[in-house]
Design a protein around this ligand. Structure first.
Ligand SMILES: Cc1cc2nc3c(=O)[nH]c(=O)nc-3n(C[C@H](O)[C@H](O)[C@H](O)COP(=O)(O)O)c2cc1C
Length: 170
């Protein structure tokens, strides 16, 4: 039986949360004082291979929102299944989210690089589009790195390890 579209935010969040995703941490540098900034994001998805484009969304209320405007460099880290603590750390507002994090700021790309991830996408914001209480960031992928580590998964409010899921080729 079809259910009416839930009006409660929490009910709608439960419905949308049943779509399982990976987990990313997206980082950039604040231009003024070069402070590293980052947040946990699971709204990431692929859009186009040629040109290489990806999409993710950020709450308009986020203090980081203005740092991801057009032309802004950022790195999308696809988290490995042993990086749940990192996902929680970057989802918790605090003055320095990078405390204790293994990262460096490379020569030639103005964004912090976190180590130990499944993949890293070096991106530049192409367009920002409004979508209700979030803004959608369409980003060009300039280059990328892929590692062996299995990805962290997220579904219905829980982190899952790809190790504990059985897999069949799609
Ligand atoms: C698994 C997970 C996925 C999330 N995905 C998003 C997302 O796609 N967009 C977003 O704006 N916030 C998302 N959040 C919430 C942000 O990570 C959180 O609000 C964070 O503190 C935002 O950074 P800020 O403190 O700089 O605003 C997610 C949180 C978790 C735990």
């Amino acid at each position: 039986m079809a259910h009416p579209i839930p009006q409660e935010h929490s009910a709608l969040r439960n419905v949308l949360g049943s779509f399982a995703t990976g987990v990313t941490v997206i980082t950039t540098l604040e231009e003024r004082d070069h402070r590293p900034v980052g947040l946990t994001v699971n709204s990431f998805c692929s859009i186009s291979l040629s040109p290489a484009l990806v999409l993710w969304s950020i709450a308009k209320s986020s203090p980081s929102r203005e740092l991801f405007g057009e032309g802004q460099s950022h790195v999308i880290h696809i988290l490995a299944d042993n990086q749940m603590a990192l996902a929680r750390q970057f989802a918790t507002p605090q003055a320095d989210k990078f405390l204790g994090v293994d990262y460096q700021i490379p020569d030639g790309f103005p964004a912090p690089l976190i180590n130990g991830c499944t993949a890293r996408l070096y991106c530049q914001t192409d367009q920002v589009m409004s979508g209700g209480d979030h803004d959608m960031i369409l980003a060009k992928v300039l280059h990328y790195e892929l590692a062996e580590a299995p990805p962290l998964l997220f579904s219905r409010g829980n982190f899952l390890s790809a190790h504990t899921c059985s897999s069949t080729r799609g």
